[in-house]
Design a protein around this ligand. Sequence first.
Ligand code: PHE
Length: 445
Amino acid sequence: MTERETWATRAGFIVAAVGSAVGLGNIWQFPFKTAQFGGASFLIVYIVAALGIGLPAILAEFVIGRKANLNTISAFEKLGYKEWRVVGAIGLFTGFWILSYYSVVGGWVLRYIGGSLTGAYFAAPAEYFGQVSAGMEALALHAVFMALVVGIVAAGIEDGIEKATKLMVPSIVVILAALAVFAFTLPGASAGYAYFLSPDFNALSENFAEIVPFAVGQAFFSLSLGMGAMITYASYIDGDQSLFGDGITIVFLNSFVGILAGLVVLPLLFAQGIDPNTSGAGAVFISVAGAFGDIPGGQIIGFVFFAVVLIAALSSAISLLEVVVSWAIDNYDVSRPQMAIGLGGTIFLLGVPSAIDSAWLGWFDTLAYQLLLPLSVLGILVFAAWVYGAPAIDELMKGSGLGEGVGLTWLWLARTLVIVAVVATLALGLQTLFLGESPAIVPPL
Ligand code: PHE
């Protein structure tokens, strides 16, 4: 067997992980929910959730991945807990499942890049979305998006994912910042900032029971937890860098991009007098797209905006294909490109129903959010904090230069508060799934 690949640099790992984290969730969910749930006051709740619950959970994945240097299933066996491979398998399956329809959405984004240049959706954005989001064209573009993902993953860790994300992640930040500056110049934009960020403690306290689970669910999803992605990416780390430092950097950058996205979309909508009180696919593909029809240079601005959405979606999607490819090449004697093509093709097929009919897409998405993701995160946490325990602290502290107290704090947070939060998320998810009640944890696409 050939030697297992590694990241060329520490920054390479961080950037790839940020690429995975920064995705559609940051652009079409985060800004709108922040505004709706109390602006700056919600941001405080979100940041507490991301640091207090998301960070310990992402560190658990890092520890497992780096310690084992193996894919998300074999890692558990390598650490001496063969039966726990089932947890890895749930994560791998979850990633596989999510990528099948995420790629369909990636295809829509491709369509909107073209549609911006020709102005095709300017006149009737809602009808346009209806036409292109399901059917043969959606299927063809799902194939194109998947082919892009396969192309990057086939090129490998250092030459594919690391090089691509080193280009993609800075581009996302720079382009979003430029768009935010542009949005700032539009007359009427200031109402958007007020809507997005002004603290509203009433909105926060009235909906607290809905907001807390949302913040937690969003932190998990947005940090790409429970999909095997962070275990897999950490398995390619070579050396003893501070996982703690990396985790904080990733959580910070991920939230930063969400805020930056809000500084683009909300001023844009307010400047055009479009009701921003929506979220999910409709927010970006109908409301934001609709705004481009009326602003000067809308064709170019729309093109640039959807290009950035595409980059964000691609850099997330490659992390999911890598989960399965990594498992396959660790275990079977096949080449990376062959596996990337074979598994990418299989995921494409799984996504066919979602491309043909949006109801399927919604069902796939609901199952992933309400059941698969929280279940997978729960398994990983119980394993890392309760089963693996002390060696996990050693792995976490390696190269960090921090005192033992930090490791113990992590362990006890992960053992208690974080697990309670995940169990609550899972319970709410199951309730929604079976009874159709209670707020959705992360509202479906
Ligand atoms: N963190 C990603 C996002 O915000 C979640 C994700 C990762 C989804 C990978 C799909 C694939 O969009």
